[in-house]
Design a protein around this ligand. Sequence first.
Ligand code: 6LA
Length: 182
Amino acid sequence: VAFGETATATTPQAKFDALAAKGVLNGYPDGKAHLEKDLTRAEFAKIVTKLFGLTEVTGKLSYKDKGYTASNWAVPYIEAASAAKLMQGKDTVKGIFDYNGKVTVEEVAAVLFRALKLETPATTDNSASAWAKGYAQAVINAGLVAQGTNFKANATRSLVVEAAYAVDTMTKAPAIKTVEVL
Ligand code: 6LA
């Protein structure tokens, strides 16, 4: 890597390592990334908090799920993502977040759409549910998730790592400076 350049990770494992070094993700106690595993909505809220530099929120319990108490490790992250309006839960009428449920690709798309303030595309061509079609298309168009992805499926750690790495690269890219030549 030449002076002034940043190494670009190309494999999911290298991207995981780069994000782990920044504290966005943690490996498992066995020291492995387990990129093949699914992740829960609680785990995803933690990644969202770290990736977008949100402030953890304590002393607030916005949801009514069983076990959603002050001693639940995920609460500060879920509250942070909710306060930032990046997550709102599965059922706003009943106040259910579903923190133990697996996060789906379309839910990941919804969060990235909101966080990055992506544009709603005029047309869509993807496998997402009706509520998420626009979000899915926006992340496809932004190059964050591949077009052929099953958006209704659970998101693997590998998919989340790839998308998070792309977001981190996008948002941390240095601004191009224009130099006036006299
Ligand atoms: C209440 C609602 O309409 N929820 C939508 C959608 O907004 C939710 O997005 C996230 C990312 C969330 O905000 O928690 O995941 C769950 C989604 O549930 C959807 O309704 C089925």
